[in-house]
Design a binder for this molecule. Structure first.
Ligand SMILES: Nc1ncnc2c1ncn2[C@@H]1O[C@H](COP(=O)(O)OP(=O)(O)O)[C@@H](O)[C@H]1O
Ligand SMILES: [Mg+2]
Length: 299
């Protein structure tokens, strides 16, 4: 018999659920703290699948923690602890479900922009480039290929859409939304974080093609890096050894999932079909491998 150890959804008796995202459940702990719980849910083509991926929540949590600590020289962050034993009693009560997948964080006022950094030309950036020769107001040289490395990483903010896709905006538009001072700070910090993380990940065999950061302002006015950081869910990870510009690259984590789903007649609208056990298991192995490659440790 196999024991299923995945968590599809949490419901904590003593905490108020603020938000259930595609992957994470967010609870209010007290006025100053939130609990962010990474479940084992997985989404593909913007739909949450009915199948969970064993160890995914743990990998997302451990990897975020790794990056927060590693990048603390670049920016302060919101993480207080991932150790359940050091969390309040209202959280410890549910330790069995939460263990390894939970971050106690400082609650902030989140800036309503996604701070995207792109080091390579893919996704909506590639589409915009084909159409206009620009990516979010940055004019690029002609003749670039899909997945090409950019001469310099680009800061390409987006608005946070409640439903559907985020909308790319120019830096000028971002200034109107959050102000000039915050725009400059978030841009410079995002670029510095990306450069540092990209350089490190590349030395470990992973290309971080692009990523998305979020920032928030704490009660004391300090700007903190919040949310998750540099996980496969917030970034595009590619195996560096197989990098071949001129087309789409295999995705480190979800390639098996996407390849499988592409074989089905599914129209990519909910409800999404379940994954066969071998596809789910292969995906678990990819998440664990990403963690191992990046941190040099086993989960
Ligand atoms: N320190 C923090 N303070 C306040 N809100 C936060 C903090 N960290 C993350 N969040 C918010 O928690 C939410 C997490 O939801 P998420 O799992 O990202 O859902 P989605 O699938 O919609 O992206 C986001 O709205 C994010 O802005
Ligand atoms: Mg999010």
């Amino acid at each position: 018999m196999t024991v299923t150890r995945t968590v599809a959804e949490t419901s904590l008796p003593r905490l108020r659920l603020l938000r259930r995202g595609k992957v994470r459940d967010v609870y209010e702990v007290d006025e100053e703290h939130l609990l962010i719980v990474a479940t084992d849910r997985i989404s593909a083509f913007d739909c949450v699948l009915p199948t969970q991926i064993e160890h995914k929540g743990e990998v997302l949590t451990a990897l975020s923690r790794f990056w927060f600590e590693r990048l603390a020289r670049v920016t302060p962050h919101h993480l207080v602890t991932t150790d359940i034993e050091r969390m309040p009693g209202s959280v410890r009560e549910s330790a069995d479900v939460l263990h390894g997948r939970s971050m106690l964080v400082r609650r902030t006022e989140v800036f309503p922009v996604e701070c995207v950094v792109r080091g390579y030309l893919v996704g909506s950036g590639w589409k915009d480039y084909l159409r206009t020769g620009e990516v979010c107001g940055h004019r690029l040289p002609p003749g670039l290929r899909e997945s090409d490395k950019l001469a310099e990483p680009l800061f390409t903010p987006a608005t946070k859409a409640e439903e559907g896709h985020d909308e790319n905006i120019s830096e000028a538009r971002m200034r109107e939304i959050v102000g000039a001072e915050a725009t400059e700070h978030l841009r410079d910090t995002s670029l510095a974080l990306y450069r540092e993380a990209e350089r490190y990940a590349r030395s470990r065999g992973i290309i971080i093609a692009d990523t998305k950061f979020e920032f928030g302002q704490g009660g004391d006015g300090r700007v903190l890096l919040v949310d998750e950081a540099l996980t496969p869910d917030s970034s595009r990870f590619w195996p560096a050894g197989r990098y071949e510009p001129g087309g789409a690259q295999p995705s480190f984590d979800k390639q098996f999932v996407r390849d499988y789903l592409e074989t089905l007649p599914w129209d990519k609208r909910p409800p999404a079909p379940p994954l066969p056990p071998e596809v789910a298991a292969a995906t678990t192995r990819r998440y664990l491998e990403a963690y191992h490659l990046l941190t040099g440790k086993e989960l």
